[in-house]
Design a protein around this ligand. Structure first.
Ligand code: FES
Length: 256
């Protein structure tokens, strides 16, 4: 087999033939083919983490995360199926119940990927799960940045951006189980070297309203915000976050 033939192959996604470059994940191959796979923890420019499971697809009968699963010749993949979207809806509902996501008073409303995903999946009313209503720390000590753990979905995008692109490692997970949250590399955010220029602080890295840039809230009128006019899809999920730097080549993907 020639090198050209070996470097590409095809897979089937919802009945559509997709050409894959060897080494691509299923998510990358589908992005390149214009097929949107719903996602929350994955973000263009960051190494995939595989934690939210919203991107799970059916690969030859097995449910696996598209962002971390390599594409392989002959895969027959289901993406937009009623069963998978029901699973995604449940995952997103549980995120709403696990944190304090008060969309009408949140600065991220209208550009929040959790909110947009809920609308995309048809979540229009409360589900049967109890609201946990946690009381978590809010760190507003930094002059330009605030961290509200009550809105965090633990996607880890800030952690990977700060670690791999900013090379600062300002953020990391602390605690375990239901007490797991985002912590910072000092006693307070003000004592870290986080700045508005960081990739971790850029709009679009945090998919919700956990990391906030001060004095920028509610700056876009209702009706003109990112997801006001269209549902979250391939274009605005991938392109609204424009990394300023590429991930260094030595950084490997986190294990799923
Ligand atoms: Fe793949 Fe979160 S986007 S697991």
């Amino acid at each position: 087999m020639s090198e050209t033939l070996a470097s590409t192959f095809t897979i089937q996604v919802d009945g559509q033939t997709v050409t894959v470059q060897a080494g691509q994940s299923i998510m990358e191959a589908c992005d390149a083919a214009g097929i949107y796979i719903p996602r929350l923890c994955d973000c263009e420019g960051l190494v995939p983490q595989g934690s939210c499971r919203v991107c799970c697809v059916d690969i030859n009968g097995r449910i696996q995360a598209a962002c971390t699963q390599p594409a392989a010749p002959g895969q027959v993949i289901g993406n937009e199926t009623p069963t998978l979207n029901a699973h995604r809806r449940t995952l997103v509902e549980m995120l709403f119940h696990e944190g304090n996501h008060l969309c009408p008073i949140c600065e991220a409303s209208g550009r929040c990927e959790l909110q947009a995903m809920a609308y995309r999946l048809g979540i229009t009313q409360a589900s049967p799960y109890p609201y946990l209503q946690p009381v978590r720390p809010v760190d507003a000590s930094h002059p330009d940045i605030a961290l509200d753990n009550n809105r965090c979905i633990l996607c880890g995008r800030c952690i990977r951006a700060s670690r791999d692109i900013d090379q600062k490692h300002v953020f990391d997970y602390v605690g375990r189980g239901i007490h797991k949250r985002i912590g910072v590399s000092a006693a307070r955010l003000a004592e870290t070297d986080a700045s508005l220029e960081d990739e971790a602080i850029a709009r679009g890295t945090c998919p919700v309203g956990c990391i906030l840039r001060k004095r920028e809230g509610f700056d876009t009128p209702v009706g003109q915000r990112l997801f006001d006019r269209r549902p979250i899809d391939l274009d605005n999920a991938v392109q609204h976050h424009i990394p300023t730097q590429a991930v260094p080549a030595h950084i490997e993907s986190d294990p799923p």
